[in-house]
Design a protein around this ligand. Sequence first.
Ligand SMILES: [Mg+2]
Length: 402
Amino acid sequence: MRITDLKTTPVAFPDPPLRNAWGVHAPLAFRTIVELTTDEGITGIAETYGASVGSVLSSESEPGQGPFAAARRVLIGMDPYHLNRIRILIPSPRVYQAVEIACLDIIGQAVGKPICDLLGGAVRDRVLFAAYLFFKYDGDDPWGEVNTPEAMVREAEMFVERYGFRTLKLKGGVLPPAEEVETIRLLRERFGPEYQLRLDPNAIWSVETSIRVAQQLEPYDLEYLEDPTWGIAGMAEVARRTAIPLATNMCVTRFEDIPQAVRASAVNVILGDHHSWGGLTAFQRLGHVCATFSLGMSMHSNTHLGLSMAAMIHAAAITPNLITACDTHYMWLQEDIIVGDMFRFEEGMLRVPTAPGLGVRLDRDKLARFHERYLKSQERMRDDTAAMRRRDPNYLPLRPRW
Ligand SMILES: [Mg+2]
């Protein structure tokens, strides 16, 4: 079997005004759909980042430019089974990951097996996810404004009631630290010890603030505190001064970061992400490395659609030591691009797809509509700070802010 073409389609879809340490999500989110065709008539699909400020994929919107255009030149004529060769020829993990998933989708369809079966098989039938709690502005969504600790408890109640989550992750770095500590206090008061709580201020606190806030958080039995401060050295300093496990998707983002983080005892948990680490095989390898160094493992998420959702479920299903709930933004998505129903959380879990390949197919009408929305959009790139400055012209994304 030979690859005959690679096609990328940028898409845009509505996103609620979710707040974070950089600003706020703009009204439209962007992703890129990747399709690989073969001489046997099988098409493989995958999803990757849309353009964002400073990202490697930002030139992708120009036809013939960008890393996927370079990947296309490498891939045409290659056998989709030859992933080890393809990985060497496509050095960017963010580009390779989409190619790997599209190739595995092709192979899965060819042999009639789901992707997880091609990578050793699933160790679980359902994958546990966390409710991803965001402070937010009022928007064109059913969730309303959430800008106080009390409102956040109501948001958490809605997610728990609708989807049965047992792990609650709060995206912090938005309100002053004392108010986020109060939010955690109220969440713990409302949700008993059988619920896991996490807080992620995206490294917007100084080392000193992180140490002080971590000590204030200690009574509330956090599962982990994610990226309180910037960098391996800063995280190591905080780790020495708190009993709360520290997690990261910011100071350990590549295999090359792991030796230094382990030597410094900077983190207890690494959040993997197949989109940035280099695909499902890289995610599985990260699982082995975490087990080797007695590190916990979790999963990071960006705003995404159902192709990424399916890939994230396969990734979690083939990684035995990923026993904590994974992150996903999917509960904020109002319309997907896949054929049929959206994924539906039951008891905070999603079922591992069993259909051949990725397990979901692209709805061509929706793809056309999502692409049309992209073409009509004024913005073509994610920029949370610009979106915030449209609300508040004086806003500056200071780091550290507190
Ligand atoms: Mg994070």
